[in-house]
Write a new protein. Sequence first.
Length: 317
Amino acid sequence: MSRQQKLQADIDREVNQKTSDLIMLTEGQLFTLGIQCSSLDHSSIAWILRAQKGTLEKFQVLLPKASHETSLGLVALSRNLFENLVWLKLFNADPCYGIAFYQDLLNQQEQSHNQAINQARKEIAWFRELDKDDDLDLVAVDELIERLDSLTEEEQSLLNSKMHSTSAALDERADRQFSVYGEQAKSNGYGFQAHLIEKQVLPHHEQRLGTIRRHRTELEAALPSLLTSAQIDMISQRWNWKKKACEVGMLDQYEFVYSFTSKLLHSGGINLITEKELSAGERDILLNYVRVANVHAHDEIERFTYPGQLLVRAVST
């Protein structure tokens, strides 16, 4: 058995022995917490349990395939696990980070919907420009279209050729610009696709954005009753992974993971000139980090406690 195979076997054993049981434990605690509290929207403990459950579910999906990841995939996985472990340690250091996690979730959701709205508006304008050009091209064949029933075979061939060349030219222009809805526009027509985005896509994201902003306003109003002023100041500071890693004694891991992974994640000189793939030894190092981070993450979840905690496990049926 190779070193990588052994590391993967160790990772799989840890996942199989602990992950499912811990998921049932977090689900059981969320259930009992829901019975004890009228609302969990602003419960720091509930957000910690949700974050722990999400972590464990991610482990079940990603870790059994860790050794088969591409170099870039293994690098990204290692960095993701590091940041995940920082969160889990912060939860144990101070439960107020459950509210910080909720704030971060709202921030990311707001950013995601804003980006979707901005992209949709750009594509509406772009597709309408293409549709306008399409109409201009069709002016040249209006006479043939009006005599469609009486066209000769040669004229019919000419019309088809013009229509095809117009469509192909527009599609080629569209392909040269990044577009989320470009493939749909080729089938639906650029003008109609712009209409669909305006009437269906934009309202969906705008509605979700309004809901997220309402949740943020409600959270901000509730903060003084949830946390101390020192805790509010602490979680309101600009997030910095190095600083947070220091707070939980993970500075050495931060310096290792970020320096080791940056050469593949960022397109700098070392990324462009040196080897683009990890060596076997480098893969061993990162797989070993994944193994260790997995164990530590389970430990952090297992040692999390809170007042009134009931160690109840949910049972799947």
